[in-house]
Write a protein that binds this ligand. Structure first.
Ligand code: SF4
Length: 388
């Protein structure tokens, strides 16, 4: 491999990474502009050192409580106004029912986000968390993006810290990482005008981390941003992680171009998706886990990403709306058997993980569950679509 890397002109970066040395923003930009396979090989070294041979997934379910939103981010295909026929909002009973259905399949996490609803009171969100906590105290509740937290603080007329304290007392376990988009102001204005600033996004997570909370973070890439903008985004995440150590994982999100106002025709290519994961792994040396988000990449490319720096495939999800309304062609859920197969084929040991990436189950040898077909899948999908 040394010869292969030497020929690429990236030997200095390989040696830095192999020696555990941090790379600079200029180095990251160089990686973005270099041969994919060499960058992937370096990322694989970094991944191996961090997590060894394991690759994880989670049994989880997504729930969107509503798609009504007072904002109109240009890139968003999910949000609706009250006048729109396909807007929805779920009652707490409906949310609990969806959670109850998913518990039958062994999920350990609910991932709950929605738009900035124009009229639901703060008590709705507290009651939702309390009802889900009462349903199963072991269920990990990963809920709300940073902009939703700001919206809830505004509704509650409380500080962000006080709002987070109340949500935590009601059952909140983790914040989601959504809403980071790209931090640079000019790009943010072009794709998500009116949304919270980078500083506000980071400050919500900082406040949560200081309270002992943990969260993930994201980057929406492949639209109007430059490679330098991506590096700047990663820089700000790495800085906050140095400060709080509160991020448990990073999830790069490939942009989906349909049904929105951003003038971009294609989702990022497979090369771009793999390179972004690889550079993220190498540059974010203070992050343990990098997720290949199968919803945006497709499971096949996510599987390949396990050799380009990723160590996690995300989850079963059950009912994804946000990426699919933007044109994602992946299914709306994955079976555990499919993820186990993908991980094993990639030469990794599958680990079912918790919200915080802690191992719940390590699959040493293939078992009957691996061989199980996805038979339950169409039934679950039909049910999900019927209740969406
Ligand atoms: S991205 Fe979020 S905040 Fe922006 S319009 Fe869509 S739902 Fe609303």
């Amino acid at each position: 491999m040394q010869f292969f890397i030497q020929r690429s002109g990236l030997l200095d970066l390989y040696e830095k990474v192999a020696g555990g040395e941090r790379i600079s923003e200029a180095d990251a930009l160089r990686l973005f502009e270099s041969s994919l396979n060499v960058v992937g090989a370096i990322a694989d070294v970094a991944r191996e050192r961090k997590v060894g041979n394991r690759a994880s997934y989670i049994l989880n379910r997504y729930i969107n409580y509503s798609n009504y939103c007072i904002l109109s981010c240009q890139f968003c295909s999910f949000a609706r106004k009250k006048r729109d026929a396909d807007g929805f909002q779920l009652s707490i009973e409906e949310i609990v029912q969806k959670a109850r259905e998913a518990l039958r399949f062994g999920i350990t996490e609910l991932h709950i986000v929605g738009g900035l609803h124009p009229s639901l009171p703060f008590s709705y969100y507290l009651d939702m968390l309390k009802a889900l906590r009462a349903l199963d105290p072991r269920l990990q509740l990963k809920c709300f993006t940073a902009i939703e937290i700001l919206h809830l603080a505004w509704l509650a007329k409380k500080s962000v810290a006080e709002t987070l304290r109340e949500l935590k007392a009601a059952g909140l376990d983790s914040l989601t990482g959504g809403g980071a988009e790209i931090f640079r102001k000019e790009v943010r204005s072009a794709i998500a005008k009116g949304k919270e600033s980078a500083e506000e996004y980071l400050d919500v997570h900082r406040t949560w981390h200081r309270m002992g909370g943990r969260s993930t973070c994201t980057m929406l890439y492949g639209h109007v941003e430059s490679l330098a903008d991506r590096v700047d985004h990663l820089r700000q995440l790495r800085n906050l992680q140095d400060e709080t150590h509160g991020f448990v994982g990073f999830v790069p999100l490939p942009y989906q171009p349909e049904n929105n106002e951003v003038p971009v025709e294609h989702a990022p290519t497979g090369f771009d998706a793999l390179r972004t994961i690889a550079v993220s792994r190498i540059y974010l040396d203070n992050f343990e886990h990098i997720t290949a988000y199968w919803v945006g990449m497709g499971l096949k490319l996510a599987q390949v990403a396990l050799s380009y720096g990723a160590d996690d495939l995300h989850g079963t999800i059950f009912e994804e709306h946000i990426f699919h309304m933007a044109g994602a062609k992946s299914p709306q859920l994955q079976s555990e058997a499919e993820m186990l197969k993908a991980i094993r084929e990639a030469g990794r040991t599958p680990v079912q993980r918790s919200t915080f990436y802690e191992p719940i189950k390590t699959w040493a040898e293939p078992t009957a569950a691996d061989a199980a077909s996805g038979d339950g899948r169409s039934e679950i999908l039909e049910n999900n679509l019927a209740t969406a």
